[in-house]
Design a protein around this ligand. Structure first.
Ligand code: PEP
Length: 254
């Protein structure tokens, strides 16, 4: 059965001191509730904070993911980070396809298919993001958009590989805007994603993939969104930067 997950995407925020403090704050809750946590808790700090985060999070029930990685093993790719580099600091989870990577760094579905392949081959758990822009929501093409993003980047995987992937549906118009998809809007897309997974891989695989919602999730709306049957938790941006808020969201996922 699929797992419930609350993952925090810290983006380009927090220096090392601040990162340690935030992990300590979150750990106050996760350590106490390690046995009865209703969801898996993941944080995705910047590359420079990964080593410190791994150390600080050790034994607290908090897992650590990277926000991105390169599709090649090594070479002349100034400023990039490889799967092997992440593995060497024991990071085995990675967010791929975040809309900010697509929008500001030109990441395409084709490139993401390569990154997904590399990450899966290297033994990573991939948190793959998809989601439509406001324009695509308004013109009604959003089902096609998320379908295509998912098919192009993920459907090269085998059924066994697909089972280990986490999908995060993140409508671009709801990221960092304070505007959230309604719980029904989230459910509608999540059910659609599960259906295309079932069509491609069968129901067993579709039922084992966690599908998270992301886009201005906060303590006030988390419970309602997470109550939907195909919403298996959240990918959280802004609210993941405050321990109290993130803890409230973890509680809402129980
Ligand atoms: C995100 O960046 O993945 C995100 C969901 O951000 P926010 O929660 O701030 O909208």
């Amino acid at each position: 059965m699929r797992k419930k997950i609350v993952a925090g995407n810290w983006k380009m925020n927090l220096n090392t001191k601040e990162a340690k403090k935030l992990i300590k704050g979150i750990a106050k809750y996760t350590e106490k509730h390690k046995k009865d946590l209703g969801c898996k808790v993941i944080i995705a700090p910047s590359f420079t904070n990964l080593t410190v985060a791994k150390k600080q999070a050790s034994g607290t029930g908090i897992k650590v993911a990277a926000q991105n990685m390169h599709q090649e093993d090594n070479g002349a790719y100034t400023g990039e980070i490889s799967a092997d580099m992440l593995k060497s600091i024991k990071v085995r989870k990675v967010i791929l396809g975040h809309s900010e990577r697509r929008q500001y760094f030109g990441e395409t579905d084709e490139l993401l298919a390569q990154k997904v392949r590399k990450a899966v081959d290297a033994g990573f758990q991939v948190i793959f993001c998809n989601g439509e822009t406001l324009e695509q929501r308004k013109d009604g093409s959003y089902f096609n958009v998320v379908t295509e993003q998912t098919q192009k980047a993920l459907f090269g995987l085998s059924a066994e590989e697909m089972k280990k992937v986490v999908i995060a549906y993140e409508p671009v118009w709801a990221i960092g805007t304070g505007e959230t998809a309604t719980a029904d809007q989230a459910q509608e897309i999540h059910a659609h994603l599960r259906k295309i997974l079932a069509d491609q891989y069968g129901q067993e695989v579709a039922d084992s993939v966690s599908i998270l919602y992301g886009g201005s999730v906060k303590p006030a709306n988390a419970q309602e969104i997470f109550s939907k049957p195909d919403v298996d938790g959240g990918l959280i941006g802004g609210a993941a930067l405050k321990a109290e808020d993130f803890i409230e969201i973890i509680k809402a996922c129980n």
